[in-house]
Design a protein around this ligand. Structure first.
Ligand SMILES: O=C(O)COP(=O)(O)O
Ligand SMILES: [Mg+2]
Length: 228
């Protein structure tokens, strides 16, 4: 049994917002709508394509019926799959932090609400997939984050145990999942939605990856155990 450092993907490990915004704008153009800027989309980038589409139609004051939503969602996913790693890059220091955690005995895994196939594709195109014992997406198990099953299932597939593991994420979804699973959590402040609830719920909040190594991760695990 090993300790697992489980990373969320969008907004935590990889800055995917530019490619997600490009796919959103491709869909808006198809509907004759104006493009939306990256800064506006960024806080919503971690909530999936459907939420981003609804948000963009809302900004335009344009109703989005069920049929159009489904059509736009297919258009989005098709475009995104073909352009998944054009601008997406790991956040600064993420790769080094992964190496430090692995060198200190942590197994690495990904627990994301992206479709598993897209998560594997993105990480493969970035040359990162081989580092992870498990890459588990929204459709890998019967339920997804914030259900703790998604995280405990990811840890299981990595041959790990929740007690010594950590979840690193950028939204309340990640932090709530970790809490429900009894797993220590790290909120990355540079992600897409580091709201007050996520800050308050996380075991620790970090501004960048510079400090994250196995020794610090073990302190975080100890701190989470004291809080319970
Ligand atoms: O695509 C989503 O819904 C969010 O993805 P994440 O869980 O990797 O942040
Ligand atoms: Mg995220």
């Amino acid at each position: 049994m090993t300790d697992v450092a489980v990373f969320d993907l969008d907004g935590t490990l990889v800055d995917t917002a530019p490619d997600l915004t490009a796919s959103l704008n491709y869909c808006l153009a198809a509907a004759g709508m104006d493009a939306v800027p990256l800064d506006l989309v960024r806080p919503h980038a971690g909530h999936g394509a459907r939420v981003m589409l609804r948000q963009a139609y809302g900004w335009d004051g344009r109703p989005l019926g069920e049929t159009e939503e489904d059509e736009q969602l297919s258009r989005f996913l098709e475009h995104y799959e073909a352009n998944i790693a054009v601008q997406s890059r790991p956040f600064p220091g993420a790769l080094d932090a992964m190496e430090r955690l692995a060198a200190g005995g942590f197994t690495l895994a990904v627990c994301t609400n992206k479709h598993e196939r897209l998560a594997v594709l993105l990480l493969s195109e970035l040359g990162m997939a081989y580092r992870f014992a498990a890459i588990c997406g929204a459709d890998t198990f019967a339920r997804r984050k914030p259900d703790p099953l998604h995280l405990t299932g990811t840890i299981d597939r990595s041959f790990g145990k929740p007690a010594g593991s950590i979840m690193i994420g950028d939204t309340i979804t990640d932090i709530a999942t970790a809490r429900a699973a009894g797993v220590a959590s790290v909120l990355v402040d540079f992600g897409y939605a580091p709201d007050p609830e996520a800050r308050a719920g996380a075991t620790v909040v970090i501004d960048d990856y510079a400090r994250l190594d196995a020794a610090f991760a073990r302190q975080i695990v100890a701190r989470a155990a004291l809080r319970r």
